[in-house]
Unconditional design. Structure first.
Length: 505
């Protein structure tokens, strides 16, 4: 290696290069164009190492659809061959998402170990992706399992360690694939998906750790069966992970107006959300994830429940479609309006529980999707700036006609009044989150008050920031968005979520 080196450069072997890439520093490497010949080793492929080289100013998630090889993007090719490199931040986010998914999937496995699946089994090796018309597949009521005293202690059981190791490897590969399909946009990116997963996981932990009920059966009834079904928990965090896959950074209305291929494909309704469901499910159906699918569901009943939950959760994040919003309000009224009826049969009571559970599950993902507005001011401020950045970028590049700065201050107040505050109130009124429901309302009201006081100044600061950025681009100066975006989100252990303010941050 020394004899074939070049003065002032560092040459490393393939083995060392593999370690460097595994450590998330692939940008330090440049393959040497010519092979070198080493005594006793023959011809070797080596690399030049430059530890001073900075990473390109992009986030993982850009899907270079304009650069394809044999019908697949270069990102997809790299993933397929296993040689894609992740920077430190995204590598950590991938690992954290895997841990959360594994935490819930381990409960699915342990519960199934004592209570084997019943019904017709799925032939996983011959599964094919269903043609998804996700809007039409949203279920009015998702049927959750009735209470089973034999499986009420699934949370304390431990599945086989070797099986968990295999499952973790499969989950890691799946999350990695999903991460690469998130685009390089300021807000709807993989970091946002991870934040939504974090918040959904925290809500689930607050739900199932309630100390207000004496028995598991009482907790089951109080949470409408959600606390007793580990597959539901897994489906929620899975949906949180995939809910914005391939988001273009443009609103649905603009995609429809432009006649975007995604809008045409999904009949101009909830097009970004349907696309995310389609891609997330399509990847899961690949032959390489057959073993993972066997862990998630075994019977057709489980498969149907999992698929319905994922579709309902992802489609629930479309908050701009007026028809969807009207249907959402009706679902809430049908589930929680205090209408007195005659004495109900056991089947009717179970159907009523399932109806309430379906609404609460959708609430969990809706709250998680906008949870940055229900947390501390500095967290809300950072995510609000990223969303403004995304919308301003779309305007400045001519993709949308409306300048977001003209109505940002008033629009945010309207969003608080007409969506966030009612959503937080429902989180309390559904009764399954105890004191946590009041915390979200408290944060929403505090942030609204703070926005009313500081919002105009914040908007002016953001306008000035992006004006300076555009001037830098014109003069050739570099503008690094990471310089003004803090990176202080802490991702806790998935099994150790408390309700402290520090962890909310």
């Amino acid at each position: 290696m020394e004899s074939t080196g070049v003065r002032g450069r560092i040459q490393i072997s393939q083995e060392t290069a593999d370690l460097v890439m595994a450590a998330g520093k692939a940008h330090w490497l440049k393959p040497r164009e010519e092979a070198v010949v080493a005594k006793g080793k023959g011809s070797l492929k080596t690399y030049w190492l430059d530890p001073t080289k900075k990473r390109r100013n992009t986030k993982l998630g850009r899907t270079p659809q304009d650069i394809s090889v044999e019908g697949k993007s270069t990102v997809e090719k790299s993933v397929a061959s296993g040689d894609i490199a992740f920077d430190d931040k995204y590598a950590r986010l991938i690992d954290w998402n895997v841990d959360v998914l594994l935490h819930h999937l381990a409960r699915v496995l342990s519960n199934r170990g004592r209570n084997p699946s019943r019904g017709a089994f799925v032939t996983h090796s011959s599964e094919v992706p269903l043609v998804l018309a996700a809007v039409n597949d949203v279920a009015e009521v998702v049927a959750l399992p009735p209470f089973d005293p034999d499986s009420s202690k699934f949370r304390r059981a431990r599945p086989d360690v070797s099986m968990l190791q295999q499952t973790r490897a499969d989950l890691h590969e799946y999350v990695k694939r999903i991460a690469t399909r998130y685009r390089d946009v300021p807000f709807h990116n993989f970091e946002h998906a991870s934040h939504v997963t974090l918040c959904a996981n925290k809500l689930l932990n607050r739900l199932i750790n309630s100390d207000e009920y004496g028995t598991e059966e009482e907790l089951h009834e109080a949470t409408f069966g959600i606390s007793s079904d580990p597959l539901t928990h897994f489906a929620i965090v899975f949906a949180a992970l995939i809910h914005d896959v391939d988001h273009t950074g443009l609103p649905n209305a603009q995609l429809v107006k432009d006649g975007h291929e995604v809008a045409l494909k999904f009949n101009q309704r909830s097009v970004a959300e349907q696309n995310s469901v389609h891609l997330g499910w399509e990847i899961l159906m690949e032959p390489r994830f057959e073993r993972l699918r066997k862990c998630i569901y075994q019977t057709n009943v489980e498969r149907k429940r999992f698929r319905q939950l994922v579709i309902n959760c992802v489609l629930a994040t479309d908050i701009a479609d007026r028809q969807v919003d009207e249907e959402r309000q009706l679902k809430w009224k049908r589930a929680f309006s205090p209408v007195k009826t005659a004495e109900q049969s056991g089947l009717q009571m179970q159907d009523e529980m399932n109806r309430k559970a379906t609404v609460v599950i959708e609430q969990i993902i809706q709250v998680s999707d906008v949870a940055h507005m229900m947390q501390h001011w500095h967290i809300y401020r950072r995510w609000n700036e990223r969303l403004f950045h995304e919308m301003h970028e779309a305007f400045s590049t001519g993709k949308v006609a409306v300048d977001p700065s003209t109505n940002w201050y008033v629009g945010v107040i309207g969003f608080f009044d007409y969506y966030l505050i009612p959503l937080a109130m429902k989180l309390k009124e559904c009764g399954v989150f105890g004191a946590s429901g009041y915390e979200y309302i408290s944060y929403v009201l505090k942030n609204k008050k703070e926005w009313e006081r500081k919002g105009r100044q914040v908007v002016q600061e953001m306008i000035s920031l992006y004006k300076d950025a555009e001037e830098d681009e014109e003069t050739g100066s570099s503008f690094d968005s990471e310089e003004y975006e803090s990176d202080d989100l802490e991702y806790d252990s998935p099994g150790d979520m408390s309700s402290s303010d520090e962890e909310d941050e």
